[in-house]
Design a binder for this molecule. Structure first.
Ligand SMILES: [Zn+2]
Length: 306
């Protein structure tokens, strides 16, 4: 029954600058997976951080996706305009008695008592869980209680993954003290309301999946299928980021055709056997997730990108 349901995938870029090659790779994989099965693609601008994002960047992102041949079927409302929608889901969590205000300062949160995980995040120790006297004059963030339970899922690229939110994350912030909803809540609501069945994104968001699965369960959404694609590494082992100006689309668009760029990426990822130009449409014809390995992809110094 699951299989007959139409695949709905999504692009969810942050319009804070040009896409770099890692963003392009994740978008390409999301597109291939959906298009190879005749599904639908939704575009959404993740612009919760209104200081760093802009409609100008969003327009450039759309143009870059079109240039690459990665089309979409509909665009949903950007996150910056949805705080009233998020309010409703926040109220739902509140009614369930799962929320509490957290007055911890940044320095308290990063203190020695907080166990840090290998990825640099810390486990919230529950300091404000049963606070009797909230400090006066300070606006709280709001946290949702997490159960002591292991979340397991099978990632299409990374394989089996498990995380206990209680021991490896702690109660999660859903709304910041300034009233802005956090990424995890917004993504869960947006994907859920758009009927997204498949989430394809970078490996750096793997541990977000169990957080979102928990919120999906609370808010009444189905779990999507997850595929966390490997990070792209420069020849010296550096992770590509927005700082890599030389590999963002502003520069690459002047230097390469979309087919040459997609061909080089697909070759580096092991999707095709030869580094030669190919369109996204042609690639979709023979796409399967089995072709993609989970470990990081090194971009060759001789590759056409430099
Ligand atoms: Zn606290």
């Amino acid at each position: 029954m699951e299989d007959r349901k139409k695949t709905v995938g999504r692009f969810a870029p942050t319009p804070s600058g040009r896409m770099h090659l890692g963003n392009v790779f994740a978008a390409l994989m999301a597109w291939l997976s959906v298009r190879s099965r005749g599904g639908e693609l939704v575009l959404r601008m993740e612009d919760l951080d209104t200081q760093r994002t802009s409609e100008d960047f969003a327009a450039v992102l759309r143009s870059d996706l079109q240039w690459l041949g990665l089309d979409w079927d509909r665009e949903t409302e950007p996150q910056s305009r949805r705080s009233e929608v998020y309010d409703r889901y926040f109220a739902k969590l509140e009614e369930m008695g799962l929320l509490y205000p957290c007055y911890c300062t940044r320095s308290q949160l990063h203190s020695v008592n907080a166990p840090h995980l290998s990825d640099g995040t810390y486990v919230y120790p529950g300091t404000c869980r049963d606070l009797k006297e909230p400090p006066a004059g300070r606006k709280p963030a709001w946290r949702v209680r997490v159960p002591d339970r292991v979340w397991r899922f099978h990632d299409l690229v990374q394989g089996d993954y498990a995380l206990n939110l209680a021991t490896e994350c702690g109660d999660m912030v859903v709304r910041r003290a300034d009233g802005v909803y956090v990424y995890q809540l917004a993504v869960t609501v947006d994907d859920g309301e758009a009927g997204v069945t498949e989430v394809v994104r970078g490996m750096d968001l793997l541990s977000s999946a169990p957080r979102q699965m928990y919120l999906q369960e609370l808010l009444g959404f189905d779990h999507p299928t997850y595929a966390h694609v490997p990070m792209l590494l420069a020849p010296d082992g550096r992770r590509l980021s927005k700082r890599d100006r030389d590999l963002d689309l502003g520069v690459l668009r002047q230097r390469m055709t979309p087919e040459a760029l997609i061909g080089s990426l697909a070759f580096a990822a092991g999707l095709i056997g030869k580094n030669e130009p190919i369109s996204a449409r042609e690639l979709a014809g023979e796409f399967t997730w089995e072709k993609l390995r989970g470990d990081a992809i090194y971009l060759d110094g001789d590759s056409s990108f430099w």
